[in-house]
Design a protein around this ligand. Structure first.
Ligand SMILES: Nc1ncnc2c1ncn2[C@@H]1O[C@H](COP(=O)(O)OP(=O)(O)OP(=O)(O)O)[C@@H](O)[C@H]1O
Ligand SMILES: [Mg+2]
Length: 435
């Protein structure tokens, strides 16, 4: 995936409208720690990353995320700008701007623009500012992960953190595996094969008729007219035989390709699911010391839908001793903290598998529902992740125990402190760490 370099936000929630009040975060690699107490703008940072990467404005409702204009200023500008380095070493700057105006007490969007500037390693620059959707598609390409992964895995919203335990699990996995597209392609190929078979049956019938019309050449000696007819019929017969042969071969090939595609799809799917589950298992062992649940995994089953299509169903399964049950729907057990931990582990595993060589994970208060012991275990797991998998971690939290352990292991030069000033606006400062 890309490597995040710098984020600049203006006019969102507690971030002021003026340039001088904008929030600017130069990311530290591999670990950016942002320490902020309640309501200082931690989630706004993650929402901004999500928004610039996927195109969606947070919460989908202007009133919920745009900072209301100060009195006497009915028109305001909101912007998010992200600088990142893609896998080819190009430095990309994507900027999203919206001009909003206050009308009858409600904010309305006047204009929205999205641009992408790409600076190649040789210094050349290219600007992309076509239609919004096209620019967004290009941003996603340079980010290096499918939109659904950027949204649910890399830059997941704090309030949507439990998605792996809901219907979203299927939505996300179906999209990354593009199962429905492949299944449709296989169905189309099967339909084409049936058409081939019907055409072949007609041709075979034609061939049989043509064959029966052929007499024997010797009987026709001395009858030039009949002989000519025979030669013509023989030619036509040969052409039909040839067509029959081609069609037969094509049908066989199509059947072979269909089978290969279907079995490749199953193989890729089970290979990736095994990879995801192996990471989940490994991470869970690191963080679950003393917990009721021994292991977790994502179970997948290929099922036939009511319309006869093939589809995968998914669920998070937990094992205690030799008993495996679904985690979802289990009201009393596991606890909220255990569910939260399971979701965190699943997200990290998906980030590692679908993030390619340089995965990213932005975590918004990952230890919110956890106690002191668990915080420390999560910190150890993240430290390990940074070292062993080269993950870029961005963490916003106010959990001191988590911070302390991350700092001790990674020894970053500085962390960030997110605060609110007397005007109620978010501000960020770097805090040098004692050596
Ligand atoms: N439309 C808005 N205009 C102005 N301020 C807003 C708006 N929406 C939310 N806020 C405020 O912006 C601040 C930052 O919100 P945000 O959710 O990013 O904080 P947070 O640090 O994640 O909080 P928490 O610790 O509760 O998770 C909060 O004080 C919130 O009340
Ligand atoms: Mg928050």
């Amino acid at each position: 995936m890309a490597r995040l370099l710098k984020l600049k936000v203006q006019g969102l929630r507690s971030v002021g409208h003026k340039t001088k009040d904008s929030l600017e975060i130069p990311f530290v690699h591999p670990l950016t720690i942002i320490n902020g107490s309640i309501g200082t703008g931690k989630t706004t940072i993650i929402e901004s990353l999500n928004s610039i990467a996927t195109g969606a404005w947070p919460c989908g409702n202007l009133q919920n995320f745009i900072r209301y204009p100060e009195t006497g200023k009915p028109t305001i500008e909101v912007s998010i700008s992200l600088e990142f380095e893609d896998l080819n070493g190009c430095v990309c700057t994507s900027t999203k701007r919206m001009v909003a105006t206050l009308m009858k007490g409600k904010l309305r969007c006047k204009s929205e623009t999205l641009s992408l500037k790409i600076r190649m390693p040789n210094g050349q620059e290219r600007k992309v500012s076509k239609k919004l959707l096209k620019v967004q598609r290009e941003i996603i390409e340079h980010m290096g992960a499918p939109a659904v992964i950027l949204d649910h895995v890399n830059f997941c919203h704090q309030d949507e953190h439990f998605w792996p335990l809901g219907e979203e699990l299927k939505v996300v996995l179906d999209q990354v595996f593009q199962s429905s597209n492949f299944t449709r392609a296989i169905e189309k190929m099967e339909e084409a094969k049936q058409c081939f078979d019907q055409d072949l049956a007609l041709l075979t019938e034609k061939q049989r008729k043509a064959e029966s019309q052929l007499g024997t050449k010797t009987e026709l000696q001395g009858d030039p007219e009949s002989l000519q007819k025979f030669v013509n019929a023989e030619k036509a017969y040969k052409i039909i035989c040839n067509e029959c042969h081609i069609m037969n071969e094509s049908a066989k090939n199509l059947q072979k390709y269909t089978k290969t595609l279907a079995s490749s799809l199953i193989a890729i799917h089970s290979e990736k699911m095994a990879e995801i589950n192996e990471i989940i298992d490994d991470l869970w062992r690191k963080v679950s010391k003393g917990l009721y649940i021994d292991s977790i995994r994502i179970g997948s089953k290929c099922v036939k839908t009511s319309s006869g299509d093939k589809s995968y169903s998914y669920s998070v399964l937990m094992t205690r001793g030799s008993i495996e049950t679904e985690m979802r729907g289990n009201e009393s057990s596991p606890s909220l903290g255990e569910k939260s931990l399971a979701c965190l582990v699943i997200r990290i595993a998906l980030a590692a598998v679908f993030g390619g060589a340089r995965p990213i994970i932005a975590l918004d208060e990952p230890t919110r529902d956890m106690d002191k012991t668990r915080s420390k275990l999560v910190a150890a797991m993240l430290n390990d992740l940074i070292v062993s998998r080269g993950v870029q971690v961005i963490i916003v939290t106010n959990d001191d125990r988590l911070l302390k352990k991350l700092v001790v292991a990674n020894r970053p030069d500085f962390t960030f402190v997110l605060e609110k000033d007397q005007r109620g606006l978010s501000s960020i400062r770097s805090q040098l760490l004692d050596r």
